[in-house]
Design a protein around this ligand. Sequence first.
Ligand SMILES: *Cc1c(COP(=O)(O)O)cnc(C)c1O
Ligand code: SF4
Length: 344
Amino acid sequence: MKPLHSVSDLVAAGLMTPDAGKAVETVAERYAVALTPYLRDTLAGRGADDPLYAQYVPSPQEAHTTPEEREDPIGDVARSPVKGIVHRYPDRVLLKPLHACAVYCRFCFRREMVGPGGEALSNEEMDAALAYIRDHEAIWEVVVTGGDPLLLSPRRLRGIAQALSTMPHVGVLRLHSRIPAADPGRVTGELIEALTAPGLATWMAVHINHADELTPEVRAALARLVEAGIPLLGQTVLLKGINDNPAALEALFRGLVRNRVKPYYLHHPDLAAGTSHFRNSLAEGQALVKGLRGRVSGVCQPTYVLDIPGGHGKTPAAAAWIAEDGEGTYRVEDFTGTTHRYRG
Ligand SMILES: *Cc1c(COP(=O)(O)O)cnc(C)c1O
Ligand code: SF4
């Protein structure tokens, strides 16, 4: 079965009517479209109001951009010293070996940069990126992202892991991927084996936004990673109409923990072009996150974060639970909303 790469492929697969396909033609010229055979089967019979379908199948709403939206919403370009590297915090860098993905999420924060033309770094460019890491001894953690790094061959992934393991200052290789949820069959023993190397701790952050994504195939892929000794973190985007309600977030974070994935970040959506229909207000996000405290355990709580536009990095976005009210006295709120006085 072949991957789907265009609106006409989606129409041919019965995932859109020809009329619905016509309505997103211009959107699909601007923002890439793709689905794996696994997702094609998973989405069969679902429609625009379904939380999985809406993440992947283009909608006419993407044609609408707002004045605050940007081409490079988190300022990656401004912080790139060599091709493939983004260095924003002293102790960690992003390494972006390719700009292609197995699927193109409709709310993607890098949607103006990712796509099927987003070729991989050449061998020379990869060598230069690795040399940058080797030369900067403050770099302790290398976050391999993209695009989706798990689209690389095991041979190329092994090359990255091996190279990093020869750099004494690099302690952690962290891969960020959508593949476990988008193409779980790709997470084979050979691929997993390529991600680890002596002297290096390999972690993976998996991008999952809804409990329905945790199908038996996805759960099995997550188990293979954990059982190979790779701790898993969950990355979720808060998405209007998809997971922006307490029950959906509770089910997702419980589902992740149940599958040995620690919820790491809940991202407030970035100001990517044509994504305003996916964005809640920060106040709505804060209220949802506050409500989670009483619903699920600490293990199930991610940090709600905002990536500050312009390349200033991420900042915790949750509302405060504690407010100073003068002279060393604080008003502390508990999970039921009752406030208490604290002096200390
Ligand atoms: C998000 C990000 C990181 C990783 O940050 P953590 O908060 O450690 O997950 C590193 N570099 C850049 C440029 C980033 O945007
Ligand atoms: S997998 Fe990540 S980078 Fe690729 S389209 Fe989805 S959000 Fe964007």
